[in-house]
Structure formats: C-alpha cells, structure tokens
Design a protein around this ligand. Sequence first.
Ligand SMILES: Cc1cc2nc3c(=O)[nH]c(=O)nc-3n(C[C@H](O)[C@H](O)[C@H](O)COP(=O)(O)OP(=O)(O)OC[C@H]3O[C@@H](n4cnc5c(N)ncnc54)[C@H](O)[C@@H]3O)c2cc1C
Length: 474
Amino acid sequence: MAETIFDVVVVGGGPAGYTCAIRAAQYGLKVALVDANERLGGTCLLWGCIPTKALLFSSELWDQIHHADRYGIEGVGDAAKLNWKAVLARKDDVITRHTKGLDFLMKKNKITTFKGFGTLTGAAKDGVHTVDVKGTDGKAQVIKAKKVVLATGSNARMLPGYAADETILTNYEILKIDAVPKSLVVIGSGAVGIEFASIFKSFGAEVTILEMLPRIVPVEDEEISKELLRLMKKRGFDINLSIKDTKIEKNKDGALVSYTDQNGKPQTKQAEKVLVAVGRAPRTEGLGLEKTKITTERGFIMTNEWQETVEPGIYAIGDIVGGLPQLAHVGSMAGLIVAAKLAGKYARPINRTRIPGCTYCEPQIASVGLSEAKAKEQGYTVKVGKFPFVGNSKATILDAHDGFIKVVADAKFGEILGVHIIGPAATEIIAEAVTAIELEATVEEMMFTIHAHPTVAEALLDAYSSVEGKAVNV
Ligand SMILES: Cc1cc2nc3c(=O)[nH]c(=O)nc-3n(C[C@H](O)[C@H](O)[C@H](O)COP(=O)(O)OP(=O)(O)OC[C@H]3O[C@@H](n4cnc5c(N)ncnc54)[C@H](O)[C@@H]3O)c2cc1C
C-alpha cells in the first residue's frame, strides 16, 4: 500500500490543535492529529478552563444556596451539605462528555488520530515533513505530511527549587485533592491563581494570596485591579502585594510559606496546601526543535503574523507561541487562521488589541482592547466613561451590584479603544465589546445601538454613554 502523505499533521490536541485540525478537514485537507495524552482536549479541557469553570459553578451555587433566604427560599441555607467527591465527579463528568465529543468530531471530520509523543525530524525532504511518533502503547510510528502545525501547549511553572506534590500544588494537582483544605496559600494573582482562590474561598477555606507585583490581576486596567482588591478583601481574602523572597517549608500540617512583605518585613503563613500559580512555560521539550531552524525566545516559538515559523512548512499555534496571551481562544483562532492559510482561503491575522481576557472569579472581570494607561502610552488622547452596576436593574435582580464598566475611547474620533468590566456576567457581556472593537465602532454608534431590557448587557449602553457624560441610569 502506498505510504499516506497527509496535507497537514497537527502535533498537540488541545484547543489550538484540535480546532486547527477540524477546520483544515472542513476545507477538504487530509489531516492527522497527534496527541501525547490518552484523551484529547489538552490543558484547557482536562486541567484548565473547563474543570475550573465546573468547580466555580458549584462554588457559586453553594454561595447562592447559603443566601437563599434573601430570595424568599427558606430552610435550605444551613441545611446544605458539601459533598466534595461529588463536586469533583461532576467536574470529571463535564470533561468526559467533551473528550468524547472531540473523539466524535475527529471521526466526523475523517481526521486520523495518533496517540503518542510527536518529534520533528528536521526540514522537509522533497516538500514532505516526517514526524516521529512514540505511541502511548510504546510503538513507534512515522507520519509524513506536507505541512506541520505545532500546538504542544504549556506546563505550569514552579518556583525554582520546588516540585509539585500533595502539598505544593499546581493547577494539575489541585484538581484532584481529596478534600477542601482548611487553609490555602495561593502564590500568584493572575487569572489561574484568582480563580482557584475564589473557588476555595467559597467552599470555606481561609485563603491567602501572595503577589510579587504591586497589584492583583496585573494585566488588567489599574482601576479593575483596585476594585477587585477591594471586593476580595471584603470577602475576607488575605491579600499581600509587592512581596518577595517566597520560600515554602513543608511540615506535618502542610507548609509554612515565608516571604518579605511590601515594607521589607519578614512574614510567614502556615497553610494546609500551597498553590503555585506563577505562569506557564511553553512545552517544547523533546519536540526536536533543534533539528530545525525554528527560533525561540525564553522557550517560546517565534512566528510571523500567519503563525509561520522560520522553518518552511512548519507553523506554531497556541500557548507555545511567543508574543500572544496564553488563552484557549487565542490558540483556537490561531488554528483557524493556519487552516485557512493552508487551504488557500481568506484569513486575517490575530490583532493583539482585540483579544478578550476573562477571569471567572466573584465578581467576574473581563476586558478587551487598551487599558487607559496603555492607550495614553500609545499616544491617544483618551476620553473615559464609567458606569457602576448599581444603576442596572438586572444587577439588582441578581443581587450583584458590585463593580462597574469602564470604557476607554479616543477623544478625537470617538473610537472605542478598550472596555473593562468588573461585575455580574462580565465574561458573557464582553462579547459585545469585542464585536464593537472588532468593527471599530465609535461611542456614538454604540450609544444608538439598542440593548434588550432588562439585561446586564444594557449596562454597556450606559457605559458607552458615560464617555459623553450621558449615562441615563446614574
Ligand atoms: C487552571 C487554568 C485555567 C484556565 N482557564 C482558561 C480560561 O478560562 N479561558 C482561556 O481562554 N484559557 C484558560 N486557560 C489557558 C488555556 O488552558 C490554554 O491557553 C490552552 O489550553 C492552550 O491551548 P493549546 O492547544 O495551545 O495547548 P494545550 O491545551 O496545553 O494542549 C497541548 C496538547 O499537546 C499535547 N502534546 C504536548 N507535547 C506533545 C508532543 N510532543 N506530541 C504530541 N502531543 C503533545 C498535550 O498532551 C496536550 O494535549 C487556563 C489554564 C489553566 C491552567
């Protein structure tokens, strides 16, 4: 039988890789997908976006149930019991349903899947690349393809000199702990740290957050960081900023975390568990990059705007790529772009300023575009509007008045440059702001865009209007 030569082999079956594979197949290309894990879905589905949101949903329900009498439902608050094993089982069930869904989509789109670890063998020979696969069953296989897409994702970073175990956890271990810890120290206050902090606080843990920068969620607009800090402190989090020299010493009750506080004073905190959430490193070990011309910066693969590496015929997408935020929707969009390019179809590159970022804590935060400081840095004269959720009737119905929407606009032409939300349904309503920014909408255009009532989304209408000092509901 003639050897199969695929049009494209995708190495890595996370959101970047599987999205690319499916779209390429939809365009009629012959596609192979290799993944080192027994189940498809990558970090996002197995240990990231999906499991955390499943746990967050349970934790939000738990919070709501405890306040049920506020809504006229009596007799459930104090009677509620937490079955942590069932919470984890429900989270696992959500994952399983979607991994099965991915298996179905592979079959539906006639994608040939390989379970194993893929390694590049070098440049293409006569226009054909060879990827070696060490199967999860130990068998070696060889895949030939005209193009290669690398989508091998990322691993949690650990503090230097430590290894993850049953006390010092990353996002991987914490999803399997057998009970809610009485106390948890979270090192790092990016989205991952803040989300786990929020989950375990709701379930009753005493949570301490240690952040080396002067603010939490440091990639967000400063006012958002400030408001989240205020609201999290109100919820009872112990938050310590500008800390340094963090050390973890395990003991019989968990671990003693020592650090230097912002005043230069040594401090300690004892906790049952410690979550290290200090960022994610690109997963390129063993990938065979050294056999190619592919360039890296701090381990991240460098590409042009079409996700092409400098090695002809090899593309990279998702968390392994430098210069883009490590988010599932960024990886999957990069996958769609590469698939379109390979098929000779219309595509346009990712625009860095049109990427939404969400943190699913309580209250949620979501943003797109430029922060006020970044817009000024880029030379814009800005006009800013702010609308508090206290003026939104749906927020009152939801009993969720905390937070606001901040709109950053160009003073000269009125173009919306950034939208920053902290408050109810922030991660859902940000979609409208993404569309507005994508279509280069002006404040005026959005002020005359009809928003359904009563919705949380109509707070956006007031927020756009507030740029012109014309919010109706404040
Ligand atoms: C706790 C947590 C919560 C998160 N929440 C969100 C969120 O809410 N929203 C969001 O947008 N992002 C979130 N993220 C980030 C998101 O998970 C990542 O951006 C996303 O998974 C990256 O996708 P990817 O396809 O590049 O890589 P991955 O999802 O890491 O997938 C890479 C795949 O490649 C496979 N692989 C690796 N090396 C090889 C090899 N050599 N051969 C074959 N296969 C290989 C791996 O087995 C894996 O399946 C979260 C991350 C974490 C840790």
